[in-house]
Write a protein that binds this ligand. Sequence first.
Ligand SMILES: Nc1ncnc2c1ncn2[C@@H]1O[C@H](COP(=O)(O)OP(=O)(O)OP(=O)(O)O)[C@@H](O)[C@H]1O
Ligand SMILES: [Mg+2]
Length: 393
Amino acid sequence: MAKEKAPESTRERLDSLKGESVAGDTPVGPAGDAKAAERIKKAANASQRSLATKKKVIGEDAESPKGPVGLDIGTTHIVLAQNKPNYIETIQDLNAFFTVPSAKFAEQILDQKEVMYYERDNEYYIFGYSAESFANMFHGNTRRPMREGFLSPDEEEGLSVIKAIVNGLIQKPKKFGETLCFIIPGEPLDGTGSVIYHESVIKGFLGSLGYSPLSINEGMAVVVSELPEDDFTGIGISMGGGMCNVCLSYLSFPVITYSIQMAGDYIDTMVATAVGEPATKIKVIKEEELDLTREPKDRVTTALNIFYDELIFKLLESLQRVLSSTDKIPKIKTAIPIVLSGGTAIPKGCRERFEKMLKNVSLPVEISTVRLAEDLLNAPAKGALTMAMTEAE
Ligand SMILES: Nc1ncnc2c1ncn2[C@@H]1O[C@H](COP(=O)(O)OP(=O)(O)OP(=O)(O)O)[C@@H](O)[C@H]1O
Ligand SMILES: [Mg+2]
């Protein structure tokens, strides 16, 4: 494949990524090696625990956590991870809302049905999985507090909705100042969105709840969750709803992190436009039926295949572009793994397609395998919890 000349703005962004790290650590070098060994030991202990996952049950009370917490506030889902005596528990809710005009009569019904909502300016804001049920009942679409990985500039109430969803998952900690590690996106390569703004606003909210918040890059969280046996050396990729996040980690240090603002939502929108159907309908077909190992059977699955290919192509192209134009990559003697996670990596055949298309790009590091995370939707939250447990020790 021909190497593309990166536009100036991209080059500048690539330069600014150099040395970016999760908690301000020195990247690599002799001092870094000793520090890395310590981090690896601690993180490996924390991450080799089994995972039990559940969806938020509407009406169920939020817990007051006893111990460190991992939190992944994503464009589609919000996932909370907690350390239980013998396993890691994750609970997820939908990062969405739906509004209906408020009325005393409706309030009784909402309370009876234990729907999650709050009232503002004569409207009920119904949030989480409840929002999806209401949107279906009213033949409408849910709205999203986030777009392409960041707080949505179009939704004034976005942060309030996120606060309400998080409050539905956790209460204030039992111990004031408990460590909470939350996911932040990588700087977008060619797009828009401010990581600093997003991170600061969420940090402020979590701090006001009584936590000591610290952030971790989403791709790095995937590495922490999935690569303990590789000494946390490899490339973690989260293919989510709003974006794909990438991190090249060397001995637990995030050497390169970035994102592209294309993922599941992009596929839904592009297919919807191509076949003239609503994106919500395409999303349901994609999640329930798509199998990338089979020949497409109709217009929708044909378009889904085309846009999956396009997404994987753009992701690999960005990887080649970023890795080839940085001098930050350490001399890694052995081949390193790539681990894929996120909801968009779920369809059967996604890993194989990624692996096949990887053969067409040339990277300055050798890749040993392309693996899938053990739990695709919950890997970043598990990585965030592992980091919180490691930092809290
Ligand atoms: N079974 C499935 N098949 C295909 N896609 C799926 C499936 N389940 C979920 N998805 C897609 O995964 C995406 C959501 O993934 P995920 O929860 O990892 O994203 P997120 O973390 O909320 O978003 P981001 O990281 O981009 O901010 C959505 O586009 C959704 O349609
Ligand atoms: Mg995500």
